[in-house]
Design a protein around this ligand. Structure first.
Ligand SMILES: Cc1cc2nc3c(=O)[nH]c(=O)nc-3n(C[C@H](O)[C@H](O)[C@H](O)COP(=O)(O)O)c2cc1C
Length: 375
């Protein structure tokens, strides 16, 4: 039997993912001062034991005010490298590629945890800090949200430098893959969309102007990130508010490819606050057509994400040539052993050989004990 594509290794520049199963970045609000701690090690370590080929950390801010909540991880200070190193060491020891996502929240920063209260602003007294957010223009993400301070051109230069410095720290920590978070209405997405970007300087106006800062950030990351390591960017393929559409993403992706970006991680939506209607109707694999369009039109590898639930669904996406990698978010929270379970669903690991042997040997032995037993 031919090996499923999902479990065929993928070479990306000088590194090879052992399979195409990726843990999507998922923020946990458990950091203090952006530092990795035991929680992150155990939370992400599970996925490496579950044999995901690439394990992403949550979004790591390039400066403190670029966090979404005060509990987000950081990549803004050299003191944060040690904690990341410990995490990376474990992920790699268990066979996964260690990946991180760097970000700036822009006008969508200073929020409480999503399960505390929808919307924005650490409520005073709830122990959550509040800070002045920044953005391309003085436009809040939604009604009741903070009005961001408009970034000056000199602030943008500074942020470009910080993206590059964050990439250097990620490299020093040993990560194999870096992703820029350019989606979900965070700072770079705010610049891309004409709905949030009303500037009339070189960073606004037409599409080329609105792409200028995100492209400069991507260039700085590529320059700070070793040539042999792959770089991804997550985009909202459509911003969900009618300002940025698939055609725009294709143009953006072509420019990113020129700069040395290897994979476009195709998400969608999030430009405005939580009150707006969902940009794309939710159905299984609802964002896969975006990954397919970008891959086809821009000639670049893509990662599909969003309501991908099991091995056969993931394999069908790869077989159709719609994407090169499959990112799993909530289904990985539900089942940290998603990858090895998917392998069994696809009939390619009946003997538990993909599992870590400390588990797999016993499970295989038990399999034989179970033959003929009835409950
Ligand atoms: C708890 C949680 C935290 C998330 N944090 C991030 C994040 O840090 N960066 C990001 O790009 N997306 C984040 N997302 C979005 C996921 O990466 C993913 O795109 C989304 O959940 C859809 O995929 P799914 O249907 O497989 O969950 C988060 C999602 C969840 C559920």
């Amino acid at each position: 039997m031919q090996k499923p594509l999902l479990f065929t290794p993928l070479k990306l520049r000088g590194v090879t993912a052992p399979n195409r199963c990726v843990v999507s970045p998922m923020v946990q609000y458990r950091a203090n001062d952006g530092q990795v701690n035991d929680y992150h090690l155990v939370h992400l370590g599970k996925f490496a034991l579950g044999k995901f080929g690439i394990v992403f950390t949550e979004n790591c801010a390039i400066e403190p005010r670029g966090r979404v909540t005060q509990g987000d991880l950081g990549m803004w200070d050299d003191s944060q490298i040690e904690g990341h190193k410990r995490l990376v060491r474990f992920l790699k020891q268990e066979g996964a590629l260690a990946a991180t996502q760097i970000t700036h929240s822009g006008r969508k920063g200073s929020t409480p945890r999503s399960f505390d209260k929808p919307g924005q602003l650490g409520p005073e007294g709830a122990g959550w800090q509040k800070w002045q957010t920044v953005g391309p223009s003085e436009l809040p993400a939604d009604k009741g949200w903070m009005i961001p301070r408009q970034l000056e051109a000199s602030d943008i230069d500074d942020l470009v430098r910080k993206f590059g410095e964050a990439a250097k720290r990620a490299d020093a920590a040993g990560y194999d893959v870096i992703e820029i978070h350019g989606a979900h209405g965070y700072l770079l997405a705010q610049f891309l969309s004409p709905i949030s970007n009303k500037r009339n300087d070189q960073y606004g106006g037409d599409r080329a102007g609105r792409m200028r800062f995100p492209l400069a950030a991507a260039k700085a990351v590529r320059e700070g990130w070793p040539q042999h390591k792959p770089m991804f960017i997550r985009v909202s393929t459509v911003d969900g508010a009618g300002g940025w559409e698939v055609e725009d993403t294709v143009v953006f992706a072509r420019a990113l490819k020129e700069l040395g970006v290897d994979v476009i991680d195709c998400s969608s939506g999030g430009l405005t606050g939580l009150s707006t209607a969902l940009p794309v109707k939710r159905s299984l694999g609802f964002q896969v057509p975006f990954a397919a369009a970008v891959k086809r039109e821009a000639g670049i590898s893509t990662m599909a994400v969003g309501l991908i639930l099991d091995g056969p669904q993931a394999e069908a996406i790869l077989q159709a040539g719609d994407a090169d990698l499959i990112a799993i978010g909530r289904q990985a929270l539900y089942d940290p052993f998603w990858a090895v379970h998917a392998a069994q669903e696809l009939g390619c690991d009946g003997d538990f050989e993909m599992w870590t042997p400390e588990y797999g040997w016993w499970l295989d032995k038990r399999k034989n004990n179970l033959v003929g037993l009835k409950k």
